[in-house]
Design a protein. Sequence first.
Length: 426
Amino acid sequence: MKIKLENTFITDNTLECEKGCFFLKTEQNKQFENEALKQECKIIDVKECKKILNIDENIKIIGITGTNGKTTTAAAIYSILLDLGYKCGLCGTRGAFINDEQIDKKSLTTSVILKTLEYLKIATQKGCEFFVMEVSSHALVQNRIEGLKFAAKIFTNITQDHLDFHQNFENYKQAKELFFTDESLKFINKDALAIKFNVKNAFTYGIENPSLYQIKAYSLENGINAIAMIKNTTFHIESPMLGLFNLYNLLAASACVNELIKPNLNDLEKAINQFGGVCGRVEQVADGVIIDFAHTPDGIEKVLDTLKNKKLIVVFGAGGNRDRTKRPLMGKVVEHFAKTAIITSDNPRDEDPKTIIEEIANGFKEPKKALMIEDRKEAIKKALELKEENDLVVILGKGDEETQEIKGIKYPFSDKLVVNEILRIN
């Protein structure tokens, strides 16, 4: 990519280099430095790039990592800060936003560093005091956040995912630990530490285990109603959002904002409770129809456990070219909760969708009980046809994604729009 300047530009790709341009050398592309020099580029590092782009070093960057919860926690912090009167930026799976205006479409969870620097440049121009970003384990291993100084970092949880990339769970855990070796404020979900996670001098938050930020009582009927303690001071969390996992997300956001800016707790409480959630995360898109992004065994379990008071018809699949070992585990979880399970295509990418579906079905004790419908639209249509009174159709894996990736091509596809089309909702 490139960032245009007045008389030249900055790039991180030698294929875009021209004489006199700036080449941003990073850990990812340092092997191409000599090629950039041959093209008479000026080699710069991240620190120099920040100066050229006039990025305000006082912007407080907040990073969130974890298997699940990154998007909602980041969005909650962003929303709370805006409601408290601060100017703020946000980037992650849903795209990039500055002061409640979307400036870029959905992309990687964590962009390459030059793209993030471009967002920070715009945030500086818009007067932002804070910048919130999701940080993936891939980005940590690939040094996609090099040169960024974080004011605060949050660890939400860690469960099986991305083993196609990390090879084993220990490598995955160590990738997350890499994020917490600096002097930033650190916030750790204490209930997620059954697996030893080596982080020192952190603020803790939790529900089950004694923590500095502690939920003392809660109800999850028709939303969240909880009593929380911040350093022996009580405040209330009331939200239309569903699920225990979202209570963790809101508690993490509350703890982070409280430590960063020390707001009046009444104002903080009001701002927390004004946050209504994120599109595509346990989102009701029609009467008795919910979509969610859950695509790991743990994520699926948390969503379905939240909705288990209903008879569930679950439509789900698994992404191609990703961790194959989690596929039967996903099937096992869905079989446990679902009245009816429909296994379908997600983003098959370069894999055969039939193979992915069969690998998911291997997790069922009784595979014949699972309907296998490769075409995702037809699978959703079948679920809606099977729906009876008091049933809940739950469509998992893609959330608010607007494309389906097949053999390198991203075709337009939205679970929400498909539901609306089938039910003829305007």
